[in-house]
Design a protein around this ligand. Structure first.
Ligand code: SAH
Ligand code: SF4
Ligand code: F3S
Length: 470
């Protein structure tokens, strides 16, 4: 058994990262068996699940959407906030129940929670019915763990960052039109509230040649859009001597034939003028930036270890707005960081009033064991934090709606991705600025970029009808 260790996870070794080119081995070992995978958390996890699917289908498993008929259930977990934990343990209760009915059912837990000591201890004490636990650094070992499975719980989690495993284009992707492409793994920023640097390890950039090969292959396979993934995309390449920086990588990707390029997440620190110029110059780089601010109070930003002030953020925000045509900017905001005062919170509202974001993901601070902020004393009550979140959400939604209303009667390009959840007679898709649109059009057009006239605007989506081009 390899158990996770937060102290080890915190260390940053100077050792070079190994690049391993893994040609996934095919076998029929599990032919006829079905797996069910449930994914929590961010795009990284969604993309990791695409890797897990590929590993499983190469050894014979088939996916099912019906958990009750699965022979293998995988929970790919997120550790970012307490409620993510609660959801997973709630779901595990249902799995335990299924195991009583089906003795051969295998339950596997992976993802960021698997990297946490407290979670693994809880599994060892109360959830021994789980069969396999593996971490974010050794996803590729899952097939081996299945093949060698015994009756006992097998935990194999590496705390220190692993190698960069290149599996080419073996991912079983959720979409045929838009693809996630990792450009880097891990994070070295250590914001004081955040668990990610511990669960994902040190920053490791992929080689630009591997990234570009993957994208060229996606283009050949008909993909219209790629989203470059990293916790801090603008720090791309800094850990690799001789590698290009993020702005150069963006430019190289823009020179391919891919129609739409997106990237998440940009940290306000390290967002260079060169990046802004390149985004402004290339038409296939989408005018949409997710730029988390976290707080508007300089005192809190300092305690968070974010490395910028409110004023620096606003300067960057204005520069992006003035240089990139029609750009939309969204953000992340945390309320109730330990001892956030009413004045601190008012500073956050003030920055929202200044920036009038297109959208914001808002969260109540959640204490993460092992992070520096978890040791800070906190006198603010839960009720007060909830009140602040509600007040913030009202303001954020007001600006989302105002921004969306600017689209009324305009004609915009939308990449159609599938049947709308809201209305089965419509398709849904996204504008270049990442606005969700429900479109009245021929359903055969999934996967196309079409012109849409916007007919209605709400806080979280737009409605529109397709315009026929002659
Ligand atoms: N790398 C990205 C963020 C990834 S986590 C960045 O730095 O911008 C996504 C969001 O979760 C963060 O932006 C933050 O707003 C929120 N978050 C992270 N840790 C949190 C915590 N302990 N409590 C509440 N929200 C948190
Ligand atoms: Fe977490 Fe900060 Fe890294 Fe983002 S930059 S993943 S918030 S430590
Ligand atoms: Fe969650 Fe891990 Fe992503 S903690 S937000 S799944 S990097």
């Amino acid at each position: 058994m390899n158990l996770p260790n937060m102290l080890e996870a915190k260390k940053r070794s100077k050792n070079d990262v190994k690049y391993i080119y893994d040609d996934i081995k095919k076998s029929n070992s599990f032919k006829g068996l079905k797996y069910y995978i449930k994914t929590y958390g961010c795009q990284m996890n969604v993309h990791d699940s695409e890797e897990i699917k590929s590993l499983l289908e190469n050894i014979g498993y088939e996916e099912t959407n019906v958990m009750e008929s699965a022979d293998l259930i995988i929970l790919n977990t997120c550790a970012i906030r307490e409620n993510a934990h609660d959801k997973v343990f709630g779901f595990l209760g249902r799995c335990k129940h299924l195991k009583k009915e089906n003795n051969n059912l295998i339950i596997a837990l992976c993802g960021c929670m698997a990297q946490e000591e407290i979670v693994v201890n809880e599994i060892l004490e109360h959830h021994k019915y789980i069969d396999i636990v593996f971490g974010t650094h050794n996803i590729n070992e899952f097939p081996k763990m299945l093949l060698n499975k015994t009756k006992n719980l097998n935990i194999n989690v590496f705390s220190k960052e692993g190698d960069v495993i290149e599996i080419g284009n073996h991912y079983i992707r959720d979409s045929k039109y838009t693809a996630w492409v990792n450009i880097m793994y891990g994070c070295d920023k250590f914001c004081t509230y955040c668990i990610v640097p511990y669960t994902r390890g040190k920053q490791r950039s992929r080689k630009s040649s591997d990234i570009l090969n993957e994208i060229n292959d996606l283009i050949k396979n008909g993909y219209k859009e790629v989203t470059l993934l990293g916790q801090n995309v603008n720090a791309y390449g800094k850990d690799l001597s001789g590698e290009m920086d993020f702005s150069s990588l963006l430019m190289e990707v823009a020179k391919t034939d891919i129609e739409r390029i997106r990237f998440v997440t940009s940290h306000p620190w390290d967002f260079t003028d060169k990046m802004i110029d390149i985004i402004a110059k290339y038409k296939n780089i989408m005018p949409y930036i997710h730029l988390p601010i976290q707080s508007g109070s300089n005192r809190i930003l300092k305690l968070m270890g974010r490395r910028y002030t409110k004023e620096e953020y606003i300067t960057l925000f204005n520069k992006i707005k003035s240089k990139i045509d029609n750009v939309s900017i969204t953000t992340d905001i945390i309320v109730g960081f330990p001892n956030e005062t009413e004045e601190d919170f008012l500073e956050t509202l003030d920055v929202v009033n200044t920036c009038k974001f297109d959208g914001a993901f808002t969260f109540i601070y959640s204490k993460r064991e092992g992070t520096p902020a978890a040791r800070m004393e906190d006198k603010v009550s839960k009720e007060e934090k909830e009140k602040r979140l509600q007040q913030l959400n009202e303001l954020v939604n007001k600006y989302s709606l105002e921004n969306n209303q600017k689209y009324l009667n305009k004609i915009v390009k939308v990449l159609l991705l599938g049947i709308s959840e809201k209305d089965n007679n419509k398709l849904y898709g996204y504008t270049d600025t990442m606005k969700l649109v429900n479109v009245t059009c021929d359903k055969k057009l999934v996967g196309q970029i079409v012109d849409v006239e916007i007919t209605d605007a709400k806080s979280f989506s737009l409605d529109g009808k397709m315009i026929e081009n002659n």
